[in-house]
Ligand binder design. Structure first.
Ligand code: PLP
Length: 296
């Protein structure tokens, strides 16, 4: 990642329908989204000049806004076109794509019924979340203190900015202890996910992953389940208790940013990145590679 602060990079940002210079993409300090977390966003990756599962991400962005009570003022087609055109203008082949929608400054109370819904898209280069060498060795996870909330407490199906407050706190606490990330339990004490990625386990050649009933049902998660089933690997989507962690031989995380990343440790539990993790790391990379490149 660049040492230059993100507001000082160069290029263009798509901002409410226009391509503007990167450094001019500013908002006022009195913005509802900043004070009350009335914002939703997406994280996408482009491989070989194509954004992987762009339409699914765009639809989730629109749905996240709907869950927070607002309608994005652009159609899925318009957002997709803006993302693809911005990728072309930025001149990147492999990159990270960040669309965001937020309530503006028209009023500054809890109620913000008439605030403008703003939408922006930025694209930057973001190599692997965890460095490649560390990836196959498996990363180390702490057990987070915060839990994913009950869906009656927070809109857990939305990729909403406010839900990331406990993720940043948990990730910082893990990093302070030398871990790469943290595994979060849910409000019932079941295994949920990491701070920005879903989690999978392997036992006796079968995959086990938690039911996404109070955390994000990741697009990568769904892709990995499909890839595993294509290989004939059994996938069990079910409630997983932390006491079971000692029964699993392999563990990996998956998400747009994390891709498929093996895990070697979660608190006191140890895993050995093995055949199934290796297979899915490689199947996922093949799946995200545009067909025209794979054919070369
Ligand atoms: C908290 C959280 N869970 C899971 C995921 C995985 O979602 P996706 O695969 O759609 O990127 C993400 C985002 O990448 C996330 O931030």
């Amino acid at each position: 990642m660049s040492a230059i602060p993100f507001d000082q990079l160069d290029g263009q940002i798509w901002f409410n329908g226009e391509f503007i210079p990167w450094r001019d993409a500013k908002i006022h300090v009195l913005t509802h989204g900043l004070h009350y977390a009335s914002a939703v966003f997406e994280g996408e990756r482009a491989y070989g000049g194509e954004i992987f599962k762009l339409r699914e991400h765009t639809e989730r962005l629109i749905e996240s806004g709907r869950i927070l009570g607002f309608t994005l003022p652009y159609s899925a087609e318009e957002i997709d076109t803006a993302c693809s055109e911005l990728l072309r203008r930025q001149g990147f082949s492999d990159a990270y794509v960040r669309p965001i929608a937020w309530r503006g400054s028209e009023s500054m109370g809890v109620s913000a019924q008439k605030n403008r819904i703003n939408v922006a898209i930025a694209i930057w280069q973001w190599p692997s979340y965890f460095n490649p060498e560390e990836r196959m060795k498996g990363i180390r996870l702490d057990l987070a203190e915060y839990r994913r909330p009950d869906p009656r407490t927070a809109p857990s199906r939305a990729k909403a900015s406010g839900l990331y407050m406990i993720c940043t706190i948990s990730k910082h606490a893990a990093e302070a202890k030398g871990y790469a990330d943290a595994l979060m339990l849910d409000w019932r004490g079941q295994v949920a996910e990491a701070t920005g990625a879903n989690v999978f386990f392997v036992k006796d050649g079968a995959i086990h992953t938690p039911t996404p009933d109070c955390f994000l049902d990741g697009i990568t998660r769904r892709t990995v389940i499909e890839l595993a089933r294509r290989r004939g690997i059994e996938v069990n989507v079910r409630a997983i208790m932390p006491e079971e962690l000692s029964d699993f031989s392999e563990c990996f995380l998956c998400g747009t940013a994390a891709e498929v990343t093996p895990v070697a440790e979660i608190g006191p539990y140890r895993f050995a990145p093995g055949e199934i993790s290796r297979q899915l790391v490689s199947d996922y990379m093949a799946e995200v590679t545009p067909k025209r490149i794979a054919a070369e």
